[in-house]
Design a protein around this ligand. Sequence first.
Ligand code: TXA
Ligand code: MG
Length: 341
Amino acid sequence: MAIGTTLKQPLNTSRQTQRHKPMQTEHLFPNATDLDRAANILLAGGLVAFATETVYGLGGDARNDHAVARIFAAKGRPRFNPLIVHVANLDQARRYGAFDARAMAVAAAFWPGPLTLVVPLRPDSGLSPLVTAELPSVAIRVPAHPVAQALLTAFGGPLAAPSANRSGRISPTRAAHVFDGLSGKIEAVLEGGTCSVGVESTILGLLGAPELLRPGGIDLETLEAMLGPLQTGGSAIKPSAPGQLASHYAPNASVTLNVTVNTAGAVHLGFGPDAPNCRSSLNLSPGADLIEAAANLFHLLREADLLAGPDGAITVAPIPENGLGRAINDRLRRAAAPRYL
Ligand code: TXA
Ligand code: MG
């Protein structure tokens, strides 16, 4: 699709208009016409939320300062924090980041897929400094979801994309979740069904010794089988970002973890066959399967929140701390953390 193609509908991107008149968020589908429309919106500096296999991302042109600033505004993010750059393949990734032999091998093993690599930023990347928060490094990911791939191919450039939710709230794994939080604030949502992984990508730092910066869709055991033991627990290069704040992924109801006892007034989020007595219960995975639990996590947290009501309580069963359980527990701990935001 050529740059400069005329838009069927004018974009509503001026700050003045946005403040006073919410835009109509279009629901687009992954057919040729709508993908062309989505690519045009992005090329004009607009925002399109799209499905990846992890969660829906809120995409904007990573080279365009105004588009990237609008991502932060739409999410209501308090600060400018570095975003993940999404590209269609490793060749494109190498236009923005410097890939040494180790990074090439990791990318070849896990891309496309739910893994983000932090590598040195190329001085000639052309990315907006807002994307990298002016760090000398960049986080890059090649998503596997066919709709993300189709959008990246139609657009032909790098997309900055944090999860498509209001800052501090539960990440979206369905188009309806995106509309719940961002309707009227972004130009379009590109439909891609339910996200199969359900938790965000694992972030692997490759600036020095390999470091796990965020547990996610590729588990630690799998990465360590290739790279040996990973550093964890933070380093000087780890930026302060909302996904790393204590309270994040927060429902309205209170959240209490590792609950096995009866809780009369609460909505219980179970894992495995046993469920304590409670007001009502939902189950992340009756068969105690961590992959299924990850895929269900954000949707069932939203459902539990609705069932619990504004001042209600959600209790969650213990989840094993291995495989995808690490990413699940990381998100649950943040959902349960005291809220200062
Ligand atoms: O699965 C995902 O990764 C989703 C989907 C949409 O792709 N995206 C996502 O993006 O979770 P976001 O913006 O929520 O995550 C960005 C995180 C930041 O919290 C930060 O920790 C890390 O990426 N990050 C970005 N740039 C970095 C850098 N240069 N060095 C270290 N960490 C970085
Ligand atoms: Mg997020």
